[in-house]
Design a protein around this ligand. Structure first.
Ligand SMILES: Nc1ncnc2c1ncn2[C@@H]1O[C@H](COP(=O)(O)OP(=O)(O)O)[C@@H](O)[C@H]1O
Ligand SMILES: Nc1ncnc2c1ncn2[C@H]1C[C@H](O)[C@@H](COP(=O)(O)OP(=O)(O)O)O1
Ligand SMILES: [Mg+2]
Length: 194
């Protein structure tokens, strides 16, 4: 496994709920052809399959909590293996959500070369998620769950940024700007890798 993907770049995309991670990842895919793996999307696909495991996951996500580390890491790992031969880079979106997830990822898969920290204010994220909730159909895009997700982000995920900052691979991106301007900064961070 580690062998197969050793030449591919691994980029962690971290930010609060509704900060714009998915939006920016789509644009990176379009410009750079990297493989986008969103932990949330992988989990929602499992829920959509109607499996027993999916039902358990749905209940956790609806409460705004984190699903067990092993579940999400296995899903990401399987998805990476499936693309290992063709991918020049992986965008790991929504992972790690706590420091422990980062440590386990590195033990089982490899080290990231960049962490894109997609940063928006709490009130901005809430506004965007309430708007997204009008059409997303997502069980967690409602006021009560959004508040829990935000609290958990500040408590569990922000320490991830400090953890990787000490390694010098964090690029903080101001996501209050319009989408294309945000992408300008994202693209710069990726271009600087070369
Ligand atoms: N820079 C931005 N300016 C305004 N709206 C944005 C911006 N980035 C994302 N959005 C909107 O905010 C919502 C959340 O974005 P999304 O990419 O799904 O965030 P995340 O994956 O971090 O939860 C979406 O409805 C998206 O269209
Ligand atoms: N790395 C991870 N560890 C544990 N749970 C995760 C996870 N990634 C996603 N989940 C679960 C809990 C999240 O509240 C939910 C939705 O995640 P998401 O789609 O990444 O949200 P968003 O893009 O709005 O930030 O899925
Ligand atoms: Mg997302």
């Amino acid at each position: 496994m580690a062998d197969k993907i050793k030449d591919a770049k691994i980029i962690f995309v971290v930010g609060g709920p509704g900060s714009g991670k998915g939006t920016q990842c789509e644009k990176v895919v379009a410009k750079y052809g990297y493989t986008h793996l969103s932990s949330g999307d992988l989990l929602r696909a499992e829920v959509a399959s109607g499996s027993e495991r999916g039902k358990t996951l749905q209940a956790i996500m609806q409460k705004g909590e984190l699903v067990p580390l092993d579940t999400v890491l296995d899903m990401i790992k399987d998805a990476m293996i499936a693309k290992a031969d063709v991918s020049k880079g992986f965008l790991i979106d929504g992972y790690p959500r706590e420091v422990k997830q980062g440590e386990e990822f590195e033990k089982k898969i490899g080290a990231p070369c960049l962490l894109l920290y997609i940063d928006a204010k709490g009130e901005t994220m809430v506004k965007r998620l309430m708007k997204r909730g009008e059409t997303s159909g997502r069980a967690d895009d409602n006021e009560e769950t959004i508040k829990k997700r935000l609290d958990l982000y500040y408590k569990a995920t922000e320490p991830v940024i400090a953890f990787y900052s000490s390694r010098g691979i964090v690029r903080k991106i101001d996501s209050e700007l319009p989408v294309d301007e945000v992408f300008g900064h994202v693209a710069k961070a990726i271009d600087d890798l070369k």
